[in-house]
Design a binder for this molecule. Structure first.
Ligand SMILES: Cc1cc2nc3c(=O)[nH]c(=O)nc-3n(C[C@H](O)[C@H](O)[C@H](O)COP(=O)(O)O)c2cc1C
Length: 371
């Protein structure tokens, strides 16, 4: 046995775990990965059926950011969960994964882009907490374009968006998902409410850090009422500046958010950039009474050295229950087996990562060769 194989044999990552009522085969979670392989109408097809079925050995699969309504669409060819065709498409995906693994272990990430969206993609002026334009370029069906200024959401828009999240969660359960992940991370709509640079509101949905958390809390509450808290997870990315987000008072935001969410008792909290050497991580672990999924976000060197095994083990030791990996699962359909046996990993082919729509660089990452 090599050193890597010995480490893998002793690892807790491959032990079975529970998530609410679900039995998971191991503690490795496939992180949500937008891959733009749905149809132009956001319907998952054969490509996505194959992709997720190939990755069925993950302990839990969190399927990619999926829009709860038309205006929340970020990019071309991302899936939705608000039309009968989309529900039927996702049903084929969850059926295939269940057939491959014998388990029900898929959550669907509900992602509303807010200001990260374009009328040429969604057919709508984007909605956001405030009319603060997204300063980056966006892929659209007509190529890369500057974002347009979003429309500030009215009280009515806020109410209907919350209702759309609840309806999307019901649709996801109808499509065979064990639950949904509410996306309050990475600069999308819910994170735009949390962050100071994108939320300039002076009503009850903005202002103090606590008021800025209200939208995320109300979305999670509505979704939990719709499908039950044991079917709801929440993703956060405290302190991360993805999609030009500047939270401002990171500590204040999460000190207000976590206890409010804990009262609703979603089945997990999923933290991006989980780092046990940062005081924020210990505070989150202390403030969160439920299951914690930690996504370490690997450096190139860490990914190349051991695929995230050491980071994952350390996070389990520091109180996380499950470890989410993104790019590892993207390039290795059999990531669990490769890590367990200390086998080499495939390299990502970055040219096929996003905003391309075929099987190439998506479903043709090879399995370990059998001897
Ligand atoms: C191609 C790609 C697409 C992604 N799409 C999403 C997404 O839809 N929702 C989300 O919350 N994060 C998304 N992420 C972030 C990943 O979930 C994860 O946080 C990130 O890849 C870091 O984890 P890793 O080091 O294991 O790859 C995406 C990342 C990549 C590389």
């Amino acid at each position: 046995m090599t050193h890597t194989q010995q480490a893998a044999a002793a690892s807790h990552l491959f032990e079975p775990a529970r998530l609410g009522g679900l039995g998971l085969a191991n503690r490795l979670v496939m992180a949500p990965l937008t891959r733009n392989r749905a149809t132009a109408d956001g319907v998952p097809g054969e490509l996505m059926v194959t992709h997720y079925a190939q990755r069925a050995s993950a302990g839990l699969i969190i399927a990619e950011g999926t829009t709860p309504n038309a205006v929340g669409r970020t990019y071309p060819h991302i899936p939705g969960i608000h039309s009968p065709e989309q529900i039927a498409g996702w049903r084929r995906v969850t059926d295939a994964v269940r057939a491959a693994s014998g388990r029900s272990h898929m959550f669907l990430q509900l992602q509303h882009g807010g200001r990260v969206g374009h009328p040429d993609t969604s057919g709508h002026i984007p909605l956001a907490p405030s009319a603060v334009r997204f300063p980056e370029m966006l892929p659209t069906p007509k190529g890369l374009q500057s974002a347009v200024a979003p429309r500030e959401m009215s009280a009515r828009d806020i109410k209907s968006t919350i209702a759309d999240f609840a309806a999307a969660a019901r649709n996801a359960v109808e499509a065979g998902f064990a639950g949904v992940e509410v996306h309050s991370a990475n600069g999308h709509l819910l994170h735009q409410f949390l962050a100071g640079n994108t939320n300039r509101r002076t009503d009850e949905w903005g202002g103090s850090a606590a008021d800025r958390t209200r939208f995320t809390v109300e979305v999670v509450r509505a979704v939990a009422e719709a499908v039950g808290p044991e079917r709801v997870g929440v993703r956060i990315s405290p302190g991360a500046g993805v999609n030009s987000i500047e939270e401002g008072d990171t500590e204040g935001i999460y000190a207000a958010l976590l206890p409010a969410l804990a009262r609703i008792a979603p089945v997990y909290l999923h933290v991006v950039h989980a780092d046990p050497d940062q005081p924020l991580f210990s505070r989150i672990r202390e403030d969160w009474p439920g299951t914690l999924i930690a996504n370490p976000v690997l450096s190139r060197e860490e990914a190349a050295a051991d695929g995230g095994m050491r980071r994952g083990e350390r996070l389990l030791a520091e109180g996380a229950e499950l470890i989410a990996l993104g790019r590892g699962f993207l390039a290795n359909p059999d990531l669990v087996e490769r890590l367990r046996t200390g086998s080499p990993l495939n390299e990502i082919r970055p040219e096929f990562l996003m905003h391309v729509h075929g099987a190439e660089g998506y479903n043709d990452y090879p399995l370990l060769a059998r001897i």
